[in-house]
Design a protein around this ligand. Structure first.
Ligand code: DAH
Length: 339
């Protein structure tokens, strides 16, 4: 009898549940008509006087303990408070898990912040664009390959409406609506009908820059981009401008920043050159100014377009662009510490 009391006590101590149905089943198992404790009381009656005197008290205590335990568990299950030595009762209730910023947004915000500090405002345009804003006003010739079905997602088979292929379309909208001086950056999502791979996706993000005023020269462009590169990549960053071609700028260039060529990773990232391609830029073509009602005899300007994903992949050493858009929390939560 003594051992049975001890072992039931242990069983009571170890029992844990938050489910009301399980707790009730446990109560029946212990204290019900055919319960284990009830059975002990039945056996107790048959004991002789001496044993009754020594076992009566522990048996009654066992029953009280069982009732208390069941009541406590039931209360806890009702109010959903977790009890027990393993839970920390000092924890705040209803813990809210914090989200994290997306790496593309982290990079975008930082770049926008840099240009805001030197007087650029932020402008936005629609993701569905007409041919004029995306191509024609930007001096794309009729037969330019970028207009081809292979590059552009057209909307409802209408050749006049497409998903914008670059944020340069926002330049046009700003020039239409504002008088120089214009100093603006336009972050946004763009779309291209390209095969998806580790390096390229059918949608991505760009930040367009446009500066138009009297007497703006190529050296202003260069100095502005150098400032950006040194703010973003570090004060000793070197840049170089390579001649290039875009229909909407003349002359046009691509800007690289010097990344270094010290280990295998640098080699891979810079294709063995040490230089990282960061953006396209140039002096706004006089035709583009004319197309948008700005007199190229009076005004000149520069423009640039930065690819956000390319920079984000480098900054966070992300091996595959697709990881940015899969919304896998195990990936996204790694950016909690970033600002
Ligand atoms: N729109 C170009 C692209 O999508 C990027 C670009 C290049 C924008 C030169 C510009 C620029 O404003 O001047 O590849």
């Amino acid at each position: 009898m003594k051992e049975r009391i001890e072992s039931l006590k242990l069983e009571l101590e170890n029992f844990r549940s938050e489910k009301a149905a399980d707790i009730e089943a446990f109560r029946v198992e212990m204290l019900g008509k055919k319960g284990k404790i009830t059975a002990l009381f039945n056996d107790f009656r048959a004991l002789d006087g001496e044993l009754k005197r020594t076992l009566g008290k522990p048996l009654n205590e066992l029953k009280t303990f069982a009732q208390q335990k069941v009541n406590e568990l039931k209360d806890a299950a009702e109010s959903n408070i977790e009890l027990g030595p393993k839970q920390d009762l000092s924890r705040p209730a209803n813990f809210q898990s914090l989200g994290s910023r997306h790496p593309v947004n982290l990079v975008k915000n930082e770049i926008v912040g840099i240009f805001k500090r030197i007087g650029f405002n932020v402008s936005e345009g629609p993701e569905i664009e007409d041919d004029w804003h995306n191509f024609s006003a930007l001096n794309f010739p009729e037969e330019h390959p970028a207009r081809d079905m292979q590059d552009t997602f057209f909307v409802a088979k209408d050749p006049d409406w497409a998903l914008r292929t670059h944020t340069s379309s926002v330049q046009v909208r700003v020039m239409e609506n504002e008088k120089p001086p214009i100093r603006t950056i336009s972050p946004g999502r763009v779309f291209r009908n390209e095969a998806i791979s580790a390096r390229s996706h059918c949608f991505f993000h760009q930040i367009e820059g446009l500066y138009i005023d009297k007497g703006v020269s190529f050296s202003d462009l260069k100095q502005t981009l150098l400032f950006f590169a040194q703010e973003f990549f570090g004060p000793d960053t070197k840049i170089r401008l390579r001649p290039s071609y875009f229909p909407f700028t003349e002359p046009s260039a691509e800007m690289d920043v010097y990344w270094g060529l010290e280990n295998e990773r640098d080699y891979r990232m810079t294709k063995g050159t040490g230089w990282l391609e960061v953006l396209g830029c140039g002096m706004v073509d006089p035709n583009v100014l004319k197309n948008n009602g700005i007199d190229p005899e009076v005004y000149s300007g520069f423009a640039f377009g930065i690819g956000v994903e390319r920079i984000a992949l480098h900054r966070y050493q992300i091996p595959d662009i697709r990881m940015l858009f899969e919304n896998d929390l195990r990936f996204l939560e790694q950016f909690k510490a970033a600002y």
